[in-house]
Ligand binder design. Structure first.
Ligand SMILES: Cc1cc2nc3c(=O)[nH]c(=O)nc-3n(C[C@H](O)[C@H](O)[C@H](O)COP(=O)(O)OP(=O)(O)OC[C@H]3O[C@@H](n4cnc5c(N)ncnc54)[C@H](O)[C@@H]3O)c2cc1C
Length: 307
């Protein structure tokens, strides 16, 4: 069967989930298709048949293309592309790490169709959008269909990853309807940076995103709240909990940064990947990226302080 004979464009979540149910696990959610169709094509070239008979495109669902503020959160619908995120003043100002992460995903053609929710659903520990969202303590709205009724719940982002490329959200039966996180407030900011091969348009060698809230103590800055995510340094998207714990309550200076880098090296476990980098190279990059991104986040948090 040619899968493109069965390409559905539902306009409601209910319709999308009813279609998935109708195909009994033989249909799959698609958004930009920049992961799914590339993977499917690669499998096809290796002689494998597509593992679905139909695609359910969620980008035309009402409200799916919106970025909005609701209940104290910034909410991003399942059709929102990386280009929309990059161009959003709200995200640039209040979730800078995410704007920076989306800005480096692929090239413009990819960013114009690829969605943030697709980046998360693909469940890779190196995915740029996911690395930024982990630092923002994001949640995902998972919609499923039971006995013809849609049920929805917000889950912490960190809970939906089961392994590299393995999501707890079964895209043949349920969908991520939206992603949300709290915007950075006063004295608070985030940053994202990655190291990448110069000619690269795929996943990075290493990415990192801190979010920090500071307090000014006689022109020195105490770290009040901190979140640091990095990838790929573990089989699933990673939060550097021990490094965060060490930094919380500390006055930020060169010595503290050096100690934090040592803790980060102990808790992160990067590995060698065939096409991207050795473990040793990634280990060498970790302290460098921590210094760069945390320094930028703290500088930004000071600017919000001055306003
Ligand atoms: C040339 C190229 C360069 C790339 N560069 C980068 C890069 O630099 N950084 C990076 O992180 N990624 C990169 N990617 C990967 C990809 O573009 C991103 O991961 C993108 O965000 C995926 O979104 P999508 O909408 O295209 O997902 P799709 O391909 O449509 O879907 C991906 C997976 O998620 C599922 N899915 C999609 N949406 C939902 C939903 N709402 N609910 C449940 N399941 C869903 C699908 O079933 C599929 O399993 C690149 C890809 C290409 C082709």
């Amino acid at each position: 069967m040619n899968v493109f004979d069965k390409y559905h464009l539902p306009t409601t979540v209910n319709e999308a989930l009813a279609l998935l149910a109708q195909y009994k696990g033989r249909a799959r959610i698609v958004a930009g298709g920049t992961d799914l169709l590339v993977d499917t094509q690669a499998e096809y070239h290796h002689g494998q048949r597509p593992h679905f008979d139909a695609l359910i495109d969620v980008t035309k669902i009402e409200g799916a293309n919106e970025i909005r503020e609701r209940d104290g959160f910034i909410e991003i619908g399942c059709g929102v592309t990386h280009t929309q995120i990059v161009n959003s003043p709200l995200i640039q100002e209040r979730a800078t790490a995410l704007a920076e992460a989306s800005f480096v995903v692929g090239g413009p053609q990819v960013r114009n169709v690829a969605t943030l929710c697709g980046n998360v659903a693909h469940a890779l520990p190196a995915a740029d959008g996911t690395v930024a969202l982990m630092a923002l303590d994001a949640q995902v709205r998972v919609s499923s269909y039971q006995l013809s009724v849609v049920s929805e719940q917000w889950l912490p982002l960190a809970e939906i990853f089961n392994g590299p490329g393995k999501s707890a959200v079964d895209s043949t039966r349920e969908m991520i309807r939206a992603i949300r996180f709290r915007p950075c407030g006063e004295f608070e900011a985030s940053a994202f940076a990655r190291v990448m091969r110069p000619q690269g348009v795929a996943l990075p060698i290493l990415g990192m995103a801190p979010r920090v809230k500071i307090e000014n103590r006689k022109s020195k800055f105490e770290i009040r709240e901190i979140a640091i995510s990095a990838g790929p340094v573990a089989p699933i998207p990673f939060r550097a909990k021990q490094t965060e714990e060490f930094l919380r309550g500390k006055i930020f200076d060169a010595d503290v940064l050096k100690q934090a880098a040592q803790i980060l090296l102990q808790e992160a476990s990067p590995r060698t990947s065939a096409h991207r980098a050795t473990k040793e190279y990634r280990v060498a990059l970790l302290p460098m990226l921590l210094e760069q991104t945390l320094g930028i986040a703290i500088e930004r948090a000071q600017i919000t302080n001055d306003q």
